[in-house]
Each structure stands twice: as C-alpha cells, then as structure tokens.
Design a protein around this ligand. Sequence first.
Ligand code: SF4
Length: 225
Amino acid sequence: MVRSYVREARRRGLGRRRERIGPIVERLAAEHADAEIALRFRSDLELLVSVMLSAQTTDVNVNKVTPALFAKYRRPEDYLGVPVEELERDIYTTGFFRQKAKAIRGTMRMLIEEYDGEVPRTLAELVRLPGVARKTANVVAAELGHAQGVVVDTHVRRLSQRLGLTRQEDPVRIERDLIRVVPREDWARFPHLLIWHGRRVCDARRPLCEQCVLEDLCPSSRLRA
Ligand code: SF4
C-alpha cells in the first residue's frame, strides 16, 4: 500500500519527490502559518521536560500539568530535591508516571554532572540523557534551533507516506528518506506542517482531499483515484 503511493506519483506524472517537495512545503506553510509545537514552555529545561512528559499522551494533557510543575521545579536540582514519589504524583496524569519520573530524575542528574545544568544542543548529547529517545531529542534540538533530523510521529508518518515521499513503515527509515528530500532549512518546521495538515485536513480515516492545497501533488488523492 505504502509502496504504491511512490509508484502512483510516477504513474500520475506528478514529478519526482525532489521536484514536489518545494511546492509542498510552500503551500503548507501558507496554509498553516500558525503551525508550531503545541507544548507550552518558557525555557530549554521546560521544553525538555515537556517533551519527555508528552510520550504516550497528548500535548493538551501535558499543558494541563506543566504550569504547576514548572512553578515548583525551576532548576534540575529541584527535581532531585523531593522524594521520587512526590514527583510521580506531580506528573501522574500524564501516564507512565513511574518511568517518566525515573527518566526525568536521571536526566536532571546528568545535566548537573555533565552539562553544568544546561540542556545540550546536539542530537548525540541529547540521546545520551536517560529516557530521551531519538524522537524526543529531535523535537528538542529542532525547537532549540539546531534541527539535526526530522521528527517522525504518527501524522508525519501517514502524510509522508500518502504524499509518496517515502515507502517505508519504520520511523527511522522514514526519517532517513525525509532528510534526503526535505531541504535542511525546513527540517524543523516540516513536521509541524505535516502534523497540522494531518489534524485539520488529511485525517487518517477521512482525508478532505477536495479541500486540500496539495491535491494536485498528492498520489493518494481520492479525487483522482
Ligand atoms: S490530497 Fe487527500 S490524501 Fe493527499 S494530502 Fe491532501 S487530504 Fe491527504
């Protein structure tokens, strides 16, 4: 199915991926000028903690917890200055609270011991932090202005497949394809554009192809099937 979208783009004469990516980014940027990360944070540390908390839950859910959390925990030391059970209670509603509390405390310890309490910039450093996987690291690096990859979440995966930008299923392989085709200066905003387009127009079950600005560039448009 995924493989067929790449072939389908050729069959419909829509052009190669590298030719379509420019107009795709341009049109999505015009359509979703407000596309940005939905998490709310005011510092690098708050960004890192928010992204760690957002695993397996919604950004809305995280945003409900973080105002009180960030008022209480301002520095990496603060997360280590309370019993772990207290931190678990404070992040309980984001789910997987035991693993998340453990990861956050481990990360805070490493920030203090190895990075002077600052959040590092590079992907290689970020993925060393306990509980920080590649996706989390990519999101943090991009928001810090140092995008070193392309974030692949469920929307990015679905849309890049539908648009025939990848024939892969695995997020790491999808990212590899996107890195090859998306200009480096767009690595940070491209996932946001796909995420917002996925939420507003290209729904998983009911894509609104008739309202889509990418319709003439999309090999899975239902209007031309
Ligand atoms: S044309 Fe349809 S399937 Fe393609 S991106 Fe737009 S809404 Fe999604």
